[in-house]
Every structure is written in structure tokens, then in C-alpha cells.
Design a protein around this ligand. Structure first.
Ligand SMILES: Nc1ncnc2c1ncn2[C@@H]1O[C@H](COP(=O)(O)OP(=O)(O)OP(=O)(O)O)[C@@H](O)[C@H]1O
Length: 427
């Protein structure tokens, strides 16, 4: 049985003259990844502040590792909780290494000077978050994404028992957000550090969390596994709009979308393009094809890939594979059936490695079915597979009739030409 890390017992909390949370009770076990979800203003950040003892409950008790947070000294709290700040305010003079070493302050000797162990822990935190190369750079000169990784390194150096992160005010773009989330997931899975995460993205929180806590108007209205909490009726009531929850039949993952976005694109050309993408290569490509009037399907994509996010935003029919896993037989089969229904297959500027090489089978099979196949140029620069297998494979595909494309304009022209040449080409 896992230890209990955090407990709220009938907690009501808020600000001067403004009660926000009412009678909240839950507990979090060691190693769990918990996401707090709920509409704007429902009290998610207030709950995080109460959990990290930035504000004290008006009634009820918050317990951290078995101790009432009110009774903990700041230095004890700092050793238990790592709160990832959205922005570190740093004067010009601080280097990344110095900022990360800040995470060690509560553990340093009483003279406040770092010892060999502190240096060692700070260095390991920087390696883990991939900021070691930046250690001598001034923090203020870094990009937003790099600064977020440094903030994580600082918190990791603290060696906390629980990490709390509020993404509500995060200004990171999709790629950087995912980078930070991946590090957070690794920390949780590999180091078994408990995570309490405030999220606005319901599908993503379902993806990465063991349990969800759903708040509405300051009350905890549901808590449980993503499947238990993400019920369309309940969500529609809480968010006060019509929402639907779809479950991917192959991977079991949940996707929440609004009734508005659930309308598929009109596909006025009555032609479907199946796109093999990944690594952000689909973001512009999908939109361009939709704008030109094609229906678009895509896959297999890694679930945490920015293209998966783009496909979700555009409500494309996409086949997704679990994060960090090579593409398996089931998702490949699902993508194959999408390819069979499509009229054309387009391979975007996707980098290939051992994990996604099997996607090239779809192009091979599309050609065998006499479907026009279009492959983005420059495979040599983006082929990271052993023995340059993707280059060899696409060479074979070109020899069998696959066409090359350079710019998106080229691709659109080639598709228009194919339409004229193969007017009968339909399923
Ligand atoms: N420092 C504060 N003083 C007074 N009221 C506050 C303070 N911070 C937040 N509030 C109020 O408390 C309520 C809950 O805010 P909170 O930030 O916890 O919600 P949230 O669910 O995190 O919202 P969002 O999703 O928009 O970030 C809101 O009505 C907000 O205006």
C-alpha cells in the first residue's frame, strides 16, 4: 500500500472576504500523477496554493506526509514540496547553475554554502532536464521553454516528495509545453515523485494522469480515473456547454471535444488524403489540405507529438500510439484502414527513426492499391533510422511511381493534377 502524501480533510479556503473552496476532501498517494481540472475561476489555483501552504484553510486540515501543513516550518515545507514557478524573476547576474543551486538552499549546511553533495544533486537535476549545457548562461537570456526546464531543474534539485505545477498561466507554445510535461512525467514515473498538476487540457490530463479531480464552483464534484471523471454529461454540466467524450478504440485514450468542433470538416471535393506526419510536419500540411477542400486522416502519430495536438484541434480522424512507444500492430492496422478509405497518401516532412519506420508500409501498400503517393523531399536529412532505411525505402517507392514534392504549393499542384488524371480514382 502506497504512503499517503497529501490529504485535504473538509477544507474550506479562499482569500480575505472571498471564500473559494468549500468542504474539499481527498487524498493523494505516493507516486500518483493527479490533475486538477475545472472551468475558469472554479478554484484550481487556490487549491494548489492551499496545498502548498501559501494560503491557510479557513476550516479543515491539510496534511503533508502525515503532518499538518500549518505546523510545518518553511524550511520543512520546502524540503517536501517543489512548486514549479511559471516565471522565475531573476536579476541579470544569475546563471542557470546558480538558479538551480537555489533549489538546494533548504538542504544546505547552516552556513548556507553548497557542499559536494549539493553540486552533485544540482548537476544531476540539470542533466535530467537537459539544461547542463546552459549552466553558465544568464537565465534572463534563455527562451521561455529553456527557462521552464531550468525551473524544473531547480525544483528537482530540491528533492521534494511532491511537485506542484499550475499550467493555467503558462505561456509556452505546444512544443515547449509538451517538453516540460514529458520531463514531469519522467520524473513521476522514474523517480516516483508525486505530481499535482493544474491543467486546462482535459484530453491531455486524461492522457498523463492516474487520477483527475474535477472542481466546480469551489467544490470537488468528481474524483477518480480519467474514465470515471470524464463523463460527457457531467462535463457538459460543469463547463456549461455541450461536450462529448470519445474513446480511441485501439488505445483506449479519451478525447474531449465540444459539439462545435465535433463537426467534421465538410470535404467539398469528396476526396480524402491520408497524411503520414509527425514532429510538427503535419501542422501546416493538414490545414492547407483542409482549406483546399480535402478530407484529411492521419496516423500513426505519437500521442504527445505536436501533430497529434494539431489533429485533435482540427478534429481529424487520427490514429495515435502511446507516448514513447514504437508503433504497434494495432494502431498500424487502424491507420491502414484509414489509408484504404483515402484517395491519396501524402508523406510529410516527418523525421524517421526505428519507432515510426513502419508507417512507410502504408505508403507501400497505397501504391500497391494504385493510390497516388506523394513524398516530401529531403529524406536524407531527416532519416535517423539505422542504415538509412527510410531513404532506401522511399527510393524504392519513387521507383514504383511515388511522386516527390518540395513546397506545399507543389503538393497542391500535384494533387490537382492527379485529380485530372485519375478522375475515377475513388476508393
Ligand atoms: N489573490 C486573490 N484575492 C482574491 N480573490 C482571488 C485571488 N486569487 C484568485 N481569486 C479569486 O478566486 C476565485 C478562484 O480563482 P482561482 O485562480 O483559484 O481559479 P482557477 O480555477 O485556477 O481559475 P483559472 O482556470 O482561470 O486559472 C476566482 O473568483 C478569483 O477571482
Amino acid at each position: 500500500m502506497n504512503k499517503t502524501v497529501l490529504t485535504f480533510e473538509s477544507v474550506s479556503s479562499g482569500y480575505k472576504h472571498r471564500p473559494v473552496l468549500y468542504d474539499i476532501t481527498f487524498s493523494v498517494a505516493e507516486g500518483e500523477f493527479i490533475s486538477l481540472i475545472g472551468p475558469n475561476g472554479c478554484g484550481k489555483s487556490t487549491l494548489l496554493k492551499t496545498a502548498s501552504a501559501l494560503i491557510h484553510p479557513a476550516s479543515g486540515t491539510v496534511t503533508l506526509f502525515g503532518q499538518d501543513v500549518k505546523k510545518l516550518k518553511p524550511v520543512q515545507r520546502a524540503a517536501m514540496i517543489g512548486v514549479v514557478p511559471q516565471k522565475i524573476e531573476s536579476p541579470m547576474a544569475f546563471s542557470v547553475g546558480q538558479i538551480v543551486m537555489n533549489g538546494r538552499i533548504s538542504s544546505m549546511n547552516r552556513w548556507g554554502s553548497p557542499g559536494a553533495r549539493d553540486y552533485d544533486i544540482a548537476e544531476r537535476a540539470m542533466i535530467y532536464t537537459d539544461v547542463l549545457d546552459l549552466r553558465d548562461r544568464y537565465f534572463t537570456e534563455l527562451s521561455g521553454g529553456e527557462q521552464q526546464r531550468v525551473a524544473l531543474a531547480m525544483v528537482l534539485a530540491q528533492e521534494p516528495g511532491i511537485i506542484m505545477l499550475d499550467e493555467s498561466i503558462s505561456h509556452l507554445d505546444i512544443n515547449h509545453r509538451q517538453e516540460v510535461l514529458q520531463i514531469l512525467m519522467n520524473i513521476n514515473r522514474e523517480k516516483r515523485i508525486t505530481v499535482l498538476f493544474v491543467s486546462h487540457d482535459l484530453s491531455l490530463s486524461a492522457e498523463i494522469s492516474d487520477r483527475l479531480l474535477l472542481l466546480s464552483d469551489g467544490r470537488l464534484v468528481a474524483s477518480g480515473t480519467p474514465c470515471e471523471v470524464l463523463q460527457a454529461e457531467q462535463l457538459s454540466r460543469v463547463y456549461n456547454c455541450s461536450l462529448q467524450v470519445l474513446q480511441d478504440p485501439y488505445t483506449g485514450s479519451l478525447q474531449v471535444s465540444s459539439a462545435m468542433s465535433s463537426r467534421r470538416h465538410p470535404n467539398p471535393l469528396n476526396r480524402i488524403v491520408h497524411v503520414i506526419a509527425g514532429g510538427g510536419s503535419g501542422i501546416e500540411l493538414y490545414r492547407r489540405l483542409l482549406l483546399a477542400g480535402y478530407g484529411v486522416t492521419t496516423g500513426v502519430l505519437n500521442r504527445l507529438d505536436s501533430d497529434a495536438e494539431a489533429a485533435r484541434a482540427l478534429n481529424l480522424h487520427a490514429v495515435l500510439e502511446e507516448p514513447f512507444s514504437p508503433i504497434g500492430a494495432e494502431p498500424l492496422d487502424a491507420a491502414r484502414s484509414l489509408m484504404h478509405k483515402a484517395d491519396y497518401l501524402v508523406l510529410g516532412r516527418v523525421p524517421f527513426g526505428p519507432g515510426n519506420l513502419v508507417n512507410l508500409q502504408l505508403a507501400e501498400e497505397a501504391l500497391a492499391k494504385k493510390k497516388p503517393v506523394f513524398i516530401a523531399d529531403g529524406m536524407n536529412e531527416r532519416d535517423y533510422s539505422p542504415g538509412k532505411t527510410a531513404v532506401l525505402k522511399t527510393g524504392e517507392l519513387h521507383a514504383r511511381g511515388a511522386q516527390r514534392w518540395g513546397t506545399l504549393n507543389d503538393l497542391m499542384a500535384l494533387l490537382a493534377k492527379a485529380e485530372k488524371q485519375f478522375p475515377e480514382n475513388n476508393h
